[in-house]
Write a protein that binds this ligand. Structure first.
Ligand SMILES: *Cc1c(COP(=O)(O)O)cnc(C)c1O
Length: 811
């Protein structure tokens, strides 16, 4: 598409949508119109991809996830279609800018954090690798809450992201499916003497899919993200005449649960899980049947991925469809199910392993419960003679009145993977050790990755330009080509160009901070960034305590050598997570205290940006000098902000946790600041039960001063929160070893300060981080899933030399 063609299409589109000329249109209207032009540009390829996959009968993956976190899509779609610069030029001509127009798009925030964002990076990579792979999830009416700070407290506001419509989605009315809840089920022999379920009572709602194109990077391959929304089936409409009952129904897909850990006891969440699972499974089976192949060969054409345990009902639901609807024998159906399903575990925190009360599942999903019971019974029966009784009791699905979703997911899948080497090892040796004894071959590792197209090409144009000029553009398709940059470690001009790009980004972020927080920060200061969900194990508190240490140090000794720093935070706390909200309040009050202290003289600034989300991450990450990855070793499964920040040239200060270990291995100890307890040391403390936080407090005068600041009024307005934080460390013995790691952390921070003051050394470290970040591309991760777990191939991989003629013929 040429510039002129795009301009003409945009004019037509503005006129049709708003009966206006391009000059009259607002940025919001231009966004809508440009999005229509983009959809026009990919429509044929989207349809063609689908037709080709069906015609070729190629195996496809369906990635089931209760969260997707794509962020804004205009620019990423333009980039994938190679229309980014064209759009920039056209909008400039019209007297506005692509940035201004793109900014009006609402973030699609249907996820909490890492898990949902990973899923969206995988969608990007699947399409960009030309792999047939689709997402399946829920179209929440409200995305993750919007965070505001009022008096330093987090306040949650609804994110009504659909209010002005969602231009990217296509409603597929004809693909709607019924979903049954509640009532009673019993089995009855039919004429052929086969047991069939008979349903009594309950209610049937309708799941309507909304499809969004996942556009591959400049390869004309488009997959589909299918999100389901609940509606009343018309014949049932009368039943839902009252406002109240209608409300209950609409609530089903209204909100995303804002907590990434434990959901026990929330009936609506359980219904959500079955809703998108059943809808997705029904639509997959319907698609498969179009191929006229025997049901038991399903695994040759379909791979289903269970992302964390929320979609684990895929297993009993496929059993239901195969046995109840398609008439397969149980054994046949079970063998097929295991071959189709695979599962990723995302956490080792015991409290986050999902369980549902038996009574609730029986009431809401009676047929699912019967099937789960039968799976459980056969699991025990099949292994009774092989494994000891206590092992089976620890691994069975139903015990103590609860259904253990991870156990269901493992028993019903052929593959179980963790998301970083350390995490996968801990699954085998600790968390899922019992299952590892039973099914050793199922366990494997797939270290997470990120989409470098969004997190570098789109988010960091200045750096992209330097890289393109230095090492060419092959890294756009092959991110591992970023290693070519290693050849320029000693190149003064390249080091300076990289530093200039960083400076440009820091100036832009400084402007944003001034506009949104009214805080002036110096782009020459070190930008030290911790952006992630607020959680005790991620230890934002450790960061805050180090800031307080610097504060007291500078007050005592104003002339000590120290490079000014801006500490930047972005983090949402789950609304019910009291402790996390207290940390937010404490950071905000400390910021107010330090930012205005004339004695500190701007040597420390603290900026807590509101409403951390994908778009904000895209602003912060390119401007970061230091990346804070300081979780207690063994607690962070992988982390992905560590990868995004590294890719943008930030230097990491980290514990040996999650993927930090692999980052260290990739760049070497001299290019990262590692500190703190190792996972072995943490587990030794657990085994020996001999950690005493008080000992550290007692013996360290500075630490006492810092901790007392929380309760003696030094930090103002945190009477309550300060006490809660103090007590967590002393009275409750510091569950996440903050005091134990404090000294080592301060020492590592000091190394960072020294390294930064040696400008040339710092620039080299930064270059090495960028050069080695290609290892953490989601393209590589997804390729490993495709090869090892799903056995899927790029479209037409088996055709020798694809050309247009052969394409049209096969269709
Ligand atoms: C990458 C990302 C995360 C994950 O951050 P971690 O530090 O890995 O927990 C969370 N939220 C958003 C918006 C992200 O982009």
């Amino acid at each position: 598409m040429t510039k002129e063609q795009m301009r003409t299409l945009l004019e037509t589109s503005v006129n049709e949508l708003y009966a206006a000329s391009i000059e009259e249109a607002s940025p919001q209207e231009l966004f809508q119109a440009l999005a229509h032009v983009v959809k026009h540009a990919y429509a044929d390829d989207w349809r063609q991809t689908r037709t080709n996959i069906l015609a070729e009968q190629q195996k496809q993956t369906y990635y089931f996830s209760i969260e997707f976190l794509p962020g804004k899509m205009l620019k990423s779609n333009l980039l994938s279609l190679d229309l980014l610069t064209t759009a920039e030029e056209v909008l400039k001509e019209v007297g506005t800018s692509l940035d201004e127009v793109a900014e009006t798009e609402k973030d699609m925030a249907l996820g909490n954090g890492g898990l949902g964002r990973l899923t969206s990076c995988f969608m990007d990579s699947l399409a960009s690798l030309g792999l047939p792979g689709n997402g399946n999830g829920i179209r929440y009416k409200y995305g993750l809450f919007k965070q505001k700070f009022i008096d330093g407290h987090q306040v949650e506001l609804p994110d009504d992201w659909l209010r002005s419509g969602n231009v990217w989605e296509v409603r597929k009315e004809s693909k709607a499916v019924p979903i049954h809840f509640g009532g009673h089920v019993y089995l009855k022999e039919n004429e052929a003497g086969v047991l069939k379920p008979v349903y009594e009572g309950g209610f049937t709602w309708r799941a309507v899919p909304y499809d969004t194109a996942m556009v591959g990077y400049q390869n004309q391959h488009l997959n589909t993200l299918r999100l389901w929304s609940v509606e009343v089936p018309s014949e049932e409409e009368a039943k839902y005449a009252t406002l109240e009952s209608r409300q209950a129904l609409e609530n089903l897909t209204a909100v995303l649960y804002p907590d990434d850990s434990n959901e026990t006891g929330r009936r609506t969440r359980l219904m959500q899980e079955y809703f998108f699972v059943s809808a997705g499974m029904q639509s997959i089976v319907r698609y498969y049947k179009k191929m006229n192949l025997p049901m038991e060969q399903m695994s040759e054409k379909i791979a289903i991925h269970i992302n964390d345990t929320h979609p684990a009902l895929c297993i009993p639901e496929l059993m239901r469809l195969l046995v109840d609807e398609e008439g397969l024998a149980w054994e046949q159906a079970w063998a097929t199910t295991i071959k189709v399903m695979s599962y990723t575990n995302h956490t080792i925190m015991a409290e986050a392993l999902e369980k549902w009360p038996v009574d609730m599942i029986k009431e809401v999903l009676p047929r699912m419960y019967q099937i789960i019971e039968e799976i459980d019974r056969r699991f025990i029966e099949g292994l009774e003679k092989v494994h000891p009784c206590d092992l089976l009791n620890r691994t069975r699905i139903i015990s103590n009145g609860q259904v253990h979703m991870a156990n269901l997911a493992i028993i019903g899948s052929h593959s179980v993977n963790g998301v970083a080497k350390l995490h996968s090892d801990l699954l085998k040796s600790v968390v899922l050790h019992d299952f590892y004894v039973i099914y050793p071959a199922r366990f494997n590792n797939k270290t997470n990755g990120i989409a470098q197209r969004r997190w570098l090409q789109l988010a960091n144009r200045p750096l992209t330009k330097v890289l393109d000029n230095t090492i060419g553009e092959s890294w756009h398709h092959q991110p591992e080509d970023l290693t070519l940059l290693k050849n320029y470690q000693e190149d003064e001009t390249v080091l300076q160009a990289l530093a200039d790009a960083k400076k440009t980004n820091k100036i832009a972020l400084a402007k944003y901070i001034d506009a949104h927080c009214g805080i002036q920060v110096d782009p020459n200061a070190i930008f030290d960034v911790q952006i992630k969900r607020l959680h005790a194990y991620k230890r934002q508190l450790l960061n805050l305590m180090h800031i307080l240490k610097l504060y007291f140090d500078i007050k005592e000794n104003p002339n000590a050598q120290y490079h000014p720093r801006v500490f930047i935070f972005g983090a949402k706390a789950a609304p019910s997570y009291h402790y996390a909200k207290s940390i937010i309040k404490a950071i905000n009050e400390t910021a107010r205290m330090i930012n205005h202290d004339p004695q500190i003289n701007d040597k420390i600034k603290i900026v807590f940006l509101e409403n951390y989300n994908v778009s904000l991450a895209e602003r912060i990450i390119p401007a970061a000098d230091v990346s804070e990855q300081i979780s207690l070793a063994s607690k962070e499964a992988s982390g992905t902000s560590n990868m995004k920040l590294m890719l943008n040239g930030a230097v990491t200060i980290a514990t040996l946790d999650g993927a930090n270990i692999e980052i260290r291995d990739a760049i070497g100890d001299e290019n990262i600041a590692i500190f703190g307890l190792t996972e072995e040391e943490v587990y030794r403390y657990y085994a020996e039960k001999n950690y005493s936080a008080y000992t550290y407090f007692e013996n360290d005068h500075r630490l006492q001063q810092i901790m007392n600041a929380f309760i003696d009024g030094t930090i103002p307005n945190i009477e309550w929160e300060g006490k809660e934080i103090f007590d967590s460390l002393i009275k409750y013995n510091d569950e996440y070893f903050v005091l134990r790691d404090f000294d080592a952390y301060c020492e590592a921070q000091n190394r960072i300060d020294i390294a930064y003051r040696d400008t040339r050394r710092w620039q080299k470290i930064s270059l090495m981080n960028i050069a080695n970040a290609g290892k953490f591309t989601a393209d590589k991760t997804v390729q490993q899933y495709a090869d090892d777990i799903w056995q899927i191939e790029p479209l037409f991989a088996h055709v020798k030399e694809p050309n247009d003629a052969s394409l049209t013929q096969s269709v």
